[in-house]
Each structure stands twice: as C-alpha cells, then as structure tokens.
Design a binder for this molecule. Structure first.
Ligand code: DLZ
Length: 158
C-alpha cells in the first residue's frame, strides 16, 4: 500500500504550480465529519500556502460520500477551475461499503470525462477508523494535502 512507503503530506514545493488566480471548489461529505473536516483543513491550508486566495476557495457540504458526485457537478457549474471531493467511507460501519466506494469513484470518473473541470478524488476508503485517522493528519500524513497538490497540478493541464 502506497501509504506504507510515503507520507501523503510530502510534496516538493518547487514542482507545484502557483495557485494565484485559481478558484478551487471543495465539496465536503458530513459523514465521518471529524475525518472529513481534517481532510478539508489539510486541503484548504495547502491551497492557501500555495497562493490560492481564501476568497477563491468555495465550499459545499453534502450529507454523505454518495452525494459527492452531485455536489461536485454543482460545483463545476459554479465555474471553479478545479473541484476536490472530500469524503470518508469506513468498511466496519457499512455493509454498503463497496457499493458506496464504487458509486463515488465511478461518478467522479464520469464527471472527469464529461466536463472540462477536473474533479480530484479525496475520499478515504478504509477498513477501520484508525486507518482514516492515520490518513487525515496522522502518521501517514493528510490526503487533503495530497488532493490540494493534485488540484494545482491539474490546473495547468490544458
Ligand atoms: C449510509 C452511509 C453509511 C452506512 N456509511 C457511510 C460512510 O461510511 N461514509 C459516507 O460518506 N457515507 C456513508 N453513508 C451515507 C451515504 O453516503 C449517503 O449519504 C446516504 O446513503 C444517503 O444517500
């Protein structure tokens, strides 16, 4: 697993495009809110550190990860440059784990195919809560940071 070999928060600033003049949309699932708020903070702080103005960071909340696709579509329609979809699905808490994970990932792929605005997948799909803690600011770093860097890198692909 990649997180065993690298930290999600590690990045080389010299390889990251500036966020000046970019607008970024963050779509945040309220399910497992403690985790998704940490992911949001990791993404938000990284975007600001890389030059995105706080006024140019928009946020939409959705009830759960399943709704991230709809929320991301609405965010695309608000004319941001890149969207980050933030969620956390934990296997132990739902028999629908595979169904939700597959629906969200397929839905985000569809958005990426059908619209010209990139949507970054910042959804933790973990076996237990500890794994999610580890990847949202814990020992494996913060996937929100990774997603913010991905968003900046995608913004320069025309
Ligand atoms: C229903 C549900 C369950 C059981 N587990 C999770 C989860 O671990 N993570 C998550 O983001 N959402 C979960 N949900 C909510 C669904 O994503 C969705 O919000 C509801 O099924 C309503 O459509």
């Amino acid at each position: 697993m990649s997180t065993q070999h690298s930290n999600l928060s590690d990045y080389d600033m010299s390889n990251v495009p500036s966020g000046d003049n970019l607008s970024i949309g963050l779509v945040v699932s309220e399910w497992n809110e403690d985790i998704t708020e940490s992911l949001y903070k990791g993404a938000y702080d990284t975007l600001v550190e890389c030059g995105v103005l706080s006024n140019n960071i928009k946020r939409i909340n959705v009830p759960g990860s399943f709704e991230l696709v709809y929320g991301s579509k609405k965010m695309i329609q608000s004319n941001v440059d890149v969207v980050i979809a933030i969620g956390c699905v934990i296997k132990g808490e739902t028999e629908h784990f595979n169904y939700i994970c597959q629906s969200v990932s397929n839905g985000i792929i569809d958005l990426n195919i059908n619209f010209n605005t990139p949507v970054v997948f910042c959804v933790l799909t973990d076996n237990n809560k500890q794994q999610s803690v580890d990847r949202s600011g814990g020992k494996h770093g913060n996937k929100g940071v990774e997603a913010a860097i991905t968003a900046l890198k995608l913004s320069v692909i025309k």
